[in-house]
Design a protein around this ligand. Structure first.
Ligand SMILES: O=C(CO)COP(=O)(O)O
Length: 250
């Protein structure tokens, strides 16, 4: 088992050309010693991927998209294919984020088909799963996430895929699960990923925690067993906060 931790910034629908200065500042703080400890990527809005490429590459920071269409090209106004993201310079793509599941009705089936498209294009999918507050309170968190893993991951996916556990109630709220709950969920997720992919591949799959990761809680969350990094929303918008989170791995 040799999983390099991954800290990924999800900028969601935030970021203008001026925001590229934050990526440049992240690069300044991402020194050689830290590069050996943790991989960093930023998933800006698609409008910025091409523009961010030079500054990101120069600094060893990767880029990802936030969604893709299942088809390679065609009559799908407003959509972007995995091949287009790859062409623009992305190496990852976030899929099945709870905001897309809620805003765009994305089901596990849709997420799985998109993940297959991402792999076809040579992108690493970051597949998001996580229970709602209602589901957690009903004692269904594990079963919901187990089902999402089973149905959202392509069964033949390689160990290079990434899974992000993001409890919906922890996103943008400042709330986080207890460290015990995170440990339980991540261990369970790895079991379910193994059941889905087989062949010991789950040992290579990085399982990120997401939901109100901040500089103040990053260190303890990132050191929970089976937590292989973070998917960061709000705190990824500034170099100061994002790099303070990455420092948890120094
Ligand atoms: O949804 C998230 C990342 O994908 C988490 O967002 P916050 O870090 O803002 O809670």
């Amino acid at each position: 088992m040799d999983r390099c931790p991954l800290v990924a910034g999800n900028w969601k629908m935030n970021g203008l050309i001026a925001s590229l200065a934050e990526i440049a500042a992240m690069g300044t703080a991402y020194d050689l010693a830290l590069k050996k400890k943790v991989e960093l990527i930023i998933c800006p809005p698609a409008t910025l991927i091409g523009l961010a490429l030079d500054v990101a590459m120069l600094n060893g920071i990767g880029l990802g998209g936030q969604d893709c269409h299942a088809a390679e090209s065609g009559a799908h106004t407003g959509d972007i294919s995995a091949e287009m993201l790859k062409d623009a310079g992305a190496t990852y793509v976030i899929l099945g984020h709870s905001e897309r599941r809620a805003d765009h009705g994305e089901t596990d089936n849709i997420v799985r088909v998109k993940a297959t498209a991402a792999l076809r294009a040579g992108l690493k999918p970051i597949i998001c799963v996580g229970e709602t507050r209602h589901e957690r309170e009903a004692g269904e968190a594990l079963s919901v996430v187990g089902r999402q893993i089973e149905a959202s991951l392509p069964g033949d996916a390689p160990g290079t895929i990434v899974v992000a556990y993001e409890p919906v109630w922890a996103i943008g709220t400042g709330l986080t699960p207890t460290l015990e709950d995170v440990a339980q969920m991540h261990a369970f997720a790895r079991e379910r990923i193994e059941a889905r992919l087989g062949g010991g591949k789950s040992e290579d799959v990085r399982i990120l925690y997401g939901g109100s990761v901040k500089p103040a809680n990053a260190r303890e969350l990132m050191h929970v067993p089976n937590v292989d990094g973070a998917l960061v929303g709000g705190a990824s918008l500034t170099a100061r906060d994002f790099m303070a989170i990455a420092e948890a791995y120094r």
